[in-house]
Structure formats: structure tokens, C-alpha cells
Design a protein around this ligand. Structure first.
Ligand code: ZN
Length: 214
């Protein structure tokens, strides 16, 4: 599976959390938006953790050496710093962590319409776009102008997903349909549209929380 960043604009905010019960970092944002760059010993002898956040930029937290592993304290005293991620690589590392999170531990063959909607809900995406590409089916999760896409190259999964979508939204004889979806005890209304893209069928799913859900 190939995952790629489609478009990243300064103005978007991905809500996070990215998985259930995820706790935010000190700035209120979530891993992997927030990553630890390094721990260091400041010139005044105190210890600090330097973090990098997509939204807040770099910031530091004071560390209490009594709560740090002894090995780390020794290293900080000796060398002044313990690097987790080199500054120049943080964007790349973050992208990789997002990709890993998106693909999860699921096998490709596990992809179903349900797992796509589940991923969208977890990512805070409100639209899913499905388009056939050379390598398979490209799935893009859109949140505002921000999108993360993955390509499903497993033929049987693609067929399962499209068959289920067509059945659920009753797209056999029309190009638009709506169906209900329960996820995490919440009811979602999914509006599906079928359109043509380069001579092939493509689909757009718009997710909305149902009003009547608690
Ligand atoms: Zn932040």
C-alpha cells in the first residue's frame, strides 16, 4: 500500500486525537503532530525536553532529573544532549509516523467499506474520495483542504468495498444515495455520489453525524 500526502496547506487543522483515548501533549495537540526532538542540559544546569509541534512550532518543557532514567541524566551531564529526532528530519519522520498510523496493523485484505469509514472518523475527515488509479483504488480522506490518501491494490478488497457501497447507497440505478452508519455508538449519515473521472466511476462519500444520535 502506498500512502502519500496529497496537499498540505497552512490553514488546515486536523482535529485529532488520532486514536481512541489518546492524550494530548502539553500544547493540546497530539502525537505525531507533537514529536520529541531531544532532551538537553541547559547552560544553567537544568534539563529540558525540546518538542516540535505542527501547529505550535518548537517549544521546551522543563524536566525534573529525579524522574528521568539515570542513564539519560548521565548522558545529558556528559554530552549535553540526547537526540531523538534530528531537527532536519522531523517533517519526514512525522510523515512516516502518520503513514504508519493510517495503515495501522491491519492487513490489506481487511479493507472494507466499514474500515474506510472508521479510518475517516478517526482522522476527523468529513469526506472520502474513491478513485481508480493504475495501481488500484485510491482512497483520499479529506478534512477541509487537507487530504491523506492511500492506494488499495488488493483486487478483492476493492470489489468488496465498491459492491458494499453500491448496495448500501443503492447506486445501481442512480448516482446519489444516502445510508446510515453506526460507529462507536454514534450514528452517521453517509451521502454517496458517483461521478465520472477520466472515463471511470469515482465516488465521494460525505460523512455527517446524525442529528438524532446521542
Ligand atoms: Zn501544539
Amino acid at each position: 500500500m502506498a500512502v502519500q500526502w496529497k496537499e498540505v496547506k497552512e490553514s488546515f487543522t486536523l482535529p485529532g486525537p488520532y486514536f481512541p483515548n489518546q492524550q494530548p501533549a502539553e500544547c493540546g495537540h497530539y502525537y505525531p503532530d507533537v514529536l520529541t526532538l531531544r532532551d538537553e542540559r541547559k547552560s544553567d544546569g537544568t534539563f529540558a525536553r525540546i518538542l516540535d509541534c505542527t501547529y505550535c512550532g518548537q517549544y521546551e518543557l522543563l524536566l525534573d532529573p529525579r524522574h528521568l532514567p539515570r542513564e539519560l541524566v548521565r548522558k545529558l551531564k556528559r554530552t549535553g544532549r540526547d537526540i531523538a529526532i534530528p531537527e532536519a528530519e522531523v517533517a519526514n519522520v512525522r510523515k512516516k509516523r502518520f503513514e504508519k498510523m493510517l495503515s495501522g496493523n491491519k492487513k490489506l485484505t481487511d479493507k472494507t467499506l466499514h474500515s474506510l469509514i472508521e479510518t475517516a472518523v478517526r482522522q476527523g475527515a468529513e469526506t472520502i474520495e474513491l478513485e481508480y488509479v493504475t495501481d488500484g483504488l485510491e482512497v483520499t480522506y479529506m478534512s477541509g483542504s487537507f487530504g491523506i490518501s492511500e492506494v488499495i491494490d488488493h483486487r478483492k478488497s476493492i470489489k468488496t468495498i465498491i459492491d458494499e457501497l453500491v448496495t448500501q447507497a443503492k447506486l445501481e440505478y442512480k448516482t446519489r444515495g444516502t445510508f446510515k452508519w453506526i460507529y462507536d455508538e454514534r450514528e452517521y449519515e453517509v451521502r454517496a455520489e458517483e461521478y465520472e473521472s477520466f472515463g471511470e466511476s469515482a465516488f465521494r462519500l460525505i460523512l455527517k453525524k446524525s442529528k438524532q444520535s446521542a
